[in-house]
Design a protein around this ligand. Structure first.
Ligand code: PA5
Length: 465
């Protein structure tokens, strides 16, 4: 993996939007301090998600469970939301056949189809349940807190349905992934005796892709989870230096921070030139948004900070979003993910068989067209003085994806230090959850329920019917 940040720099895109070498130099000592702090935090066990690549026991447990389920189920349904779903989607989209779910059993090597229920949309829920046979389906309920409304409500509906259809055997169709001790799902799991995985304490939802949260469904669909973790471990080794110029995760966070703080770039476009990496870009967007979008600094000052991540997909969004990136406000940094080697190569047919006007395409592969479009776009952006950087991946493999996950987790932790906020909480999300719980009648929030009723009644109705 290769980070190219030339097009972020003032000598390429000019001093108004580009970062100067001097600005980076001025961050050197602060960066070194942050890297030392991080090392010290890791040594006292404060950042356990960074040690996941070395958890051999976890891997053995997941592989054993996946082997024991192999061939027994045609479908695996993951029920979770946010950090308890996006990592699964990222892995599945990147590493499984692009049309995995419509391959027959043989085409899938007898691995199950993978579905993710990460919403309470009744149409989607009902649509999926109407095409799955309970006897062929394993459900993996994932929730760190064990109480998330969206996940637990679907858990209750699905378990009732399974009980009705399968009687006492329904438990064999359930795996839970949750905290070791806390939360309702853990209590139910212990009581009912479901097969269960633990999300290690201190690993928050958006940092949990390399725990059983993401790894169980990966292993169930044949993804090489050992290679995923080896990729993460490789990236850990590559990002050890206290020197900004020798630590890509530290440099990447410093570049985003400077472009936000000094060049007013408050939108971060994440644009893989690969449909397979679209899920990983969504995963990144949650990681970045929930970690860095904060009202308070660590000193409790009101700062309302954070840059807004937006997922785009190359080439598709060249025909949708790019006009805005090229000519709209100077408020964006574009990050490209490019792939050096795709698994397949497809050539446009021979000159003789196509119209003269388009004969320039003949002999080119789709791979080369993709690459020309990417190169053309990043050059055009740079020529318009639009900052952009590129992460070049060797390929789309478990090893490369492991590197990518670890790189961005580490980079987000460093960014949190530059932004001087708590990277690991999400008070804004909690506030919305509390309102929903109050409206749903949870007794602990009875007071809030009354306040909400008064507010809703008092709201001036400005709408059309
Ligand atoms: O990153 C986070 O902490 C959140 O996005 C959570 O993953 C999300 O809110 C779901 O929470 P839980 O896993 O407790 O159901």
């Amino acid at each position: 993996m290769h980070l190219d940040f030339n097009n972020m720099m003032s000598d390429v895109i000019g001093p108004e939007h580009g970062i100067t070498e001097q600005e980076l130099k001025e961050l050197e000592s602060l960066s070194a301090k942050y890297a030392k702090d991080l090392k010290e935090e890791r040594a006292r066990g404060a950042l356990p998600f960074l040690e996941l690549p070395y958890d051999k026991g976890m891997v053995a447990e997941i592989l054993e469970a996946a082997a024991s389920f192999k061939g027994k189920f045609k479908n695996l349904v993951i029920v979770g939301i946010g950090g308890s779903a996006l990592g699964n989607i990222a892995i599945h989209t990147a590493l499984n056949h692009p049309f995995h779910n419509i391959l027959d059993d043989k085409g899938r090597n007898n691995f199950p189809r993978i579905f993710v229920l990460d919403n309470v949309d009744p149409e989607r829920f009902s649509g999926l349940m109407s095409i799955l046979k309970p006897e062929d389906t394993l459900f993996n309920f994932i929730t760190k807190s064990g109480t998330t409304v969206e996940t637990i409500s679907q858990f209750l509906i699905i378990t009732k349905l399974l009980r009705e259809k399968l009687g006492g055997r329904y438990k064999e169709h359930i795996v839970t992934t949750t905290d070791a001790e806390k939360g309702t799902l853990r209590a139910i799991t212990n009581r009912e005796g479901f097969k269960s995985f633990v999300i290690p304490s201190g690993v928050g939802g958006r940092y949990s892709v390399l725990t059983p949260v993401g790894l169980f469904s990966a292993a169930m669909s044949g993804v090489d989870i050992v290679r995923l973790l080896e990729g993460a471990s490789f990236m850990n080794t590559a990002c050890q230096s206290f020197d900004l110029w020798n630590n890509p995760a530290l440099m990447s966070s410093a570049l985003y921070f400077l472009s936000y703080a000094k060049k007013s770039k408050n939108i971060l476009i994440m644009m893989p030139y690969s449909s397979q990496l679209s899920g990983a870009a969504d995963w990144f967007c949650q990681l970045w948004a929930e970690s860095l979008g904060k009202r308070l600094s660590l000193n409790k000052e009101v700062i309302h900070t954070g840059s807004t991540p937006v997922r785009a997909v190359g080439v598709v969004d060249q025909h949708s979003q790019l006009q805005l990136y090229m000519e709209g406000p100077y408020d964006k940094v574009v990050t490209f993910w490019a792939v050096k080697q795709f698994k397949n190569t497809f050539f446009v047919p021979d000159k003789d068989t196509i119209d003269k006007d388009i004969s320039y395409l003949s002999g080119h592969s789709l791979n080369y067209i993709m690459s020309a479009e990417f190169e053309g776009t990043r050059l055009a952006l740079a020529e318009q003085k639009r900052p952009n950087c590129t992460v070049l991946l060797e390929d789309i493999s478990a090893f490369s994806l492991g590197k990518l996950f670890y790189f961005y987790e580490l980079q987000t932790v460093y960014a949190g230090k530059f932004f001087n906020i708590n990277t690991f909480d999400q008070p804004g999300v909690e506030a919305g959850k509390i309102n929903a719980l109050a409206m749903l009648g949870k007794s602990d929030y009875a007071e809030r329920n009354k306040e909400i009723s008064i507010k809703l009644q008092g709201t001036i109705k400005r709408y059309f019917i």
